[in-house]
Design a protein around this ligand. Structure first.
Ligand code: FES
Length: 168
């Protein structure tokens, strides 16, 4: 008799345990459904506009904190984010254009960069030369969008300083 009661108690216990597990699973699923399955991170690939909208020389894009340089049909992009603590650097036009060997290729320098926060200075290729900035400004990958030909920057893809995008 006692054996039968133990068996019944055991089966009741198993049933209650299974019910708790099932309810728990449904509860987790219900809570999970309240969280949309989307990423709120800002996209790293950004269309910047048709190349024709970029004048020869430099154009600052405040939203992307980016300087886009154009020399004829050749483009490159330098970050405006100071490598010290992330302030936005300012571009200052050089009194005269200089040419510097950058990444094994000549580059016309029209500006230099100054950080207003703690005084870091960068040459026109982004090389840090003074102040607390620990490294050069980043250069970012540029491409042309396949659908509409706009200039596209990938802010998650830093490139070496020999990068140039030349369009036909
Ligand atoms: S954030 Fe630019 S020098 Fe400190």
């Amino acid at each position: 008799m006692a054996e039968r009661k133990d068996r019944r108690d055991f089966l009741v216990g198993v049933g209650i345990g299974a019910g708790v597990v099932a309810l728990g699973g449904q509860g987790v699923a219900a809570l999970r459904s309240l969280v949309p399955n989307v990423s709120y991170d800002a996209p790293t690939t950004v269309k910047l506009g048709p190349p024709a909208e970029f004048p020869d020389g430099m154009k600052f894009l405040p939203e992307q904190r980016l300087f886009v340089f154009r020399e004829g049909n050749t483009f490159h992009a330098i970050s405006a984010v100071c490598t010290h603590l992330g302030c936005t650097v300012r571009a200052e036009a050089l009194p005269r254009v200089e040419t510097k060997e950058v990444g094994g290729r000549p580059l016309k320098l029209t500006h230099r960069f100054l950080c207003p926060c703690h005084g870091s200075r960068y040459e026109g290729d982004g090389q840090n030369v003074a102040g607390p900035a620990p490294r050069p400004l980043a250069w970012y990958d540029l491409t042309l969008a396949a659908d509409d030909g706009q200039l596209v920057v990938d802010l998650a893809r830093p490139v070496t300083h020999d990068f140039r995008l030349t369009i036909a």
